[in-house]
Each structure stands twice: as structure tokens, then as C-alpha cells.
Design a protein around this ligand. Structure first.
Ligand SMILES: [Zn+2]
Length: 266
């Protein structure tokens, strides 16, 4: 990353920049960065990559969202995501579903990093947006690792940003607030009243996620330059959001899988 760690709103909204938004699940980019996508997609410069198919493997997870098995559920979620992205101005031809199993991304790091490197090489984005490494969900953290590792492999020196999602910090669950990092000041976008229907509209399109997405407000998004992370450690804000959120992956299992990947590299 060249230059400064301070991010300007003008940089974010620059529609001439080719942007790649990376999410872990079908609905991540839409719900957490949908407004920025909506405002900058007018000239075909926005691309989206979604790491998982949104369907956990475990059969005790079904029936869910009118689906009785992972394949049906993945189909529904893909369709919801395509509809929402289409509404936000991103055509299906700019959308890449990488198809990893929901809740298991960290087990496929090497392969995901290869996919990510290929995508970044192919799309040549000026700006990349992904999750912060702060324990919102193990799949979210794994995509941050994959982005950073891919950028390293490609010697990529353009702009790498983060969109705020959720975390548990200082005794509270937070939405659209990063865990503070010295020198990396976030930019908060306050969505004007007349444009809040953008989020409301896509919210309604994620029929299968009703209940999960309910707490997500329609009036704000936040971004920052992505800081350097030490992936040999967990985010230090314990307990993590996913630890208290009932995700059947423990932070220790996550860290072991990451260590296995980096162990193979050294
Ligand atoms: Zn997600």
C-alpha cells in the first residue's frame, strides 16, 4: 500500500476506479457495502467475489429457508445474491461465486488464495474491499487472510480497504464500527434519508435470511484502509463475535487451520 493510511470519501466514491468487493457469504457485500456498490457501479467497474455458497454442510442445519439440503439452500442464496447485486448495478458477469462450504473456508485457505490471486490478476482492480480481521465470523476472517496473502503473492500495490461489519468489543456487539486501530481512521458514510430504501430493498430480497439480517441498520456504512495483521494470532478482542454467536467453529480450531497453512509455507 503506497501513500497514507487516511482514507478520503472522494476516493471511495470514485467511479472511475475498478473495484473488487470480496465477501464470504451471499449477502455480505450487499448488506455491509451495498450503498457504496450502488453509488459506484454505474459504469460497470464494480466486481464482486463471494467465497462460499452460503450453505453449511451439516444436515442438522436443514430444513432452512425452504430448503431441505445444502444444494437447494445454496441455489436459493445464490439467486438472492444475484438479484440484490443486479439491483445494486452489478451484472452477473461481474459476480464470482467461488463455491466454498459455508463455515469451512479456513480449511481451504491455500485453494482460496489461489482463486483470489487469479481473480485479482484477471480483474486488475484499483481498489479491493474485504472484511476486517476482527472475529465477526470465521469465514470472514479467512477471506481477509486470503486477500492479504493473494496481494502479497501478486506484489499488488494498489488500494486495499475494509468495510465494517460486526464485532464484539468492549462488552458490546457492534455493527458498522471497526475495532479501533491506531493510524487507521475509518470513514463513516451517513446514508441520506431518501436513499435508505436501497438497503431496505435488498434486505427484502434476502428472504432466506430473515431474522439474521434484521439488526442491520439502513443508514450507515464504514470503511478504512486495511491495516497489516498478524494471522498467527487471533484477533485480541476476546470473546470474538462468532464465539458468542453460536458458530460451530472455535477460535482455536480456526487458528490451528491457519497455522497449518502458514506452517506449510515456512
Ligand atoms: Zn457473512
Amino acid at each position: 500500500m503506497s501513500g497514507t493510511n487516511s482514507l478520503r470519501i472522494k476516493t471511495l466514491f470514485d467511479g472511475s476506479k475498478r473495484k473488487l468487493f470480496v465477501g464470504a457469504h451471499p449477502d455480505d457485500v450487499e448488506m455491509f457495502a451495498g450503498y457504496l456498490v450502488y453509488k459506484t457501479s454505474f459504469n460497470g467497474n464494480v466486481y464482486v467475489a463471494i467465497a462460499t455458497d452460503g450453505a453449511p454442510r451439516r444436515q442438522d442445519y436443514y430444513p432452512r429457508g425452504n430448503a431441505n439440503n445444502p444444494e437447494e439452500y445454496a441455489r436459493i442464496r445464490r439467486q438472492e445474491s444475484l438479484s440484490a447485486l443486479d439491483f445494486l448495478g452489478v451484472p452477473a458477469s461481474n459476480t464470482h461465486f467461488l463455491g466454498y462450504v459455508d463455515q469451512e473456508v479456513v480449511l481451504s485457505l491455500e485453494s482460496l488464495i489461489k482463486d483470489m490471486s487469479y481473480l485479482i490478476g484477471d480483474i486488475s482492480p484499483d481498489q479491493i474491499f474485504g472484511f476486517a480481521y476482527e472475529g465477526s465470523h470465521p469465514d470472514h476472517d479467512a477471506t481477509r487472510i486470503a486477500i492479504d496473502e493473494a496481494l502479497k503473492r501478486l506484489n499488488y500495490d494498489d488500494e486495499s480497504f475494509e468495510y465494517a461489519a460486526c464485532n464484539y468489543y468492549d462488552g458490546t456487539r457492534n455493527l458498522f464500527r471497526f475495532i479501533p486501530r491506531t493510524g487507521f481512521r475509518p470513514v463513516r458514510i451517513h446514508i441520506p434519508v431518501e436513499e435508505r430504501s436501497v438497503k431496505d430493498t435488498i434486505f427484502d430480497m434476502f428472504e432466506s435470511q430473515k431474522g439474521y439480517l434484521d439488526p442491520i441498520p439502513n443508514n450507515v456504512e464504514a470503511y478504512r484502509v486495511s491495516p497489516p495483521y498478524d494471522f498467527s494470532e487471533l484477533p485480541d478482542n476476546r470473546p470474538l463475535f462468532y464465539e458468542i454467536g453460536g458458530i460451530p467453529v472455535t477460535p482455536e480450531e480456526f487458528l490451528n487451520a491457519v497455522a497449518e497453512y502458514f506452517g506449510d509455507k515456512s
